[in-house]
Design a protein around this ligand. Structure first.
Ligand code: DX5
Ligand code: ZN
Length: 223
């Protein structure tokens, strides 16, 4: 079983993004997604600098931690993420994902995440070529491909992300490395099949899952 999946058999994992949840009722929202079959929980941290918007920080991650045993991926859309790694680790994040645009030479930051005992995630924006992350693949546990410009939920999927998934999957097969491949932005029942075919292990979805009348059916439709 992979660390990002609840199932023994191989299959695509689904990570609801809390960005589209009711922030006044996060505990209930997490429980709702957990019982609907979510594999892990994706937490979008925005600082108003790396992206224009603001969301939440370590205290909210800690509050979510108290409500679920699912793995938590803290997606740090923040400038200078190095300053906050220990705080997110202490809050109970299982994976901490930083952006290559925020830390162009992320070796030390990735090592710091590993030293905190957490999974090392590296993300890239739609405008960033895949070549930017290739040198770091032997030092990550997760690559998060953005299929929308980070900063907001509910945007349309950018198909160019599929080429990045394919390139990562090919590189992983050729190298024997074991990092997880994840995609974030505009994932729904219409775009998920192409993501799975292109090699994504984890599908992050916000508006599609939280807007669904039947979250269990929506999660199944992504798998
Ligand atoms: C975008 C965030 C995503 C977002 C996805 O900045 O990183 O995780 O919540 O939302 P949807 O699934 O609505 O595109
Ligand atoms: Zn995200």
């Amino acid at each position: 079983m992979n660390w990002w999946s609840r199932r023994a058999e191989h299959g695509t994992a689904v990570a609801p993004s809390l960005l589209s949840a009711d922030f006044a009722d996060l505990g209930r929202e997490v429980a709702r997604m957990e019982s609907a079959g979510a594999d892990l929980i994706h937490l979008d941290v925005m600082d108003g600098r790396f992206v224009p918007t603001l969301t939440f920080g370590p205290p909210v991650v800690a509050a979510v931690r108290r409500r679920t045993a699912l793995p938590l991926d803290a997606h740090l859309m923040v400038a200078e993420p190095e300053r906050h790694l220990a705080a997110f680790a202490g809050a109970g994040a299982d994976a901490i994902t930083i952006h290559i645009e925020a830390v162009p030479a992320p070796g030390a930051a990735l090592d710091a995440i590993g030293a905190l005992g957490k999974r090392r995630g590296l993300s890239l924006n739609p405008g960033t070529p895949i070549a930017a992350v290739l040198p770091w693949l032997d030092r990550v546990d997760l690559v998060l491909v953005m299929s929308v410009q980070p900063g907001a939920g509910g945007q349309s999927f950018q198909p160019a992300a599929l080429d990045k998934l394919r390139a990562l999957a090919a590189r992983r097969a050729a190298s024997g490395l074991g990092f997880a491949i994840s995609i974030d932005g505009g994932v729904n029942a219409g775009t998920a099949p192409a993501c799975r075919d292109a090699g994504a292990d984890i599908l992050v979805a916000g508006s599609y899952l939280f807007g669904a009348a039947d979250p269990a059916a929506a999660i199944s439709s992504l798998r």
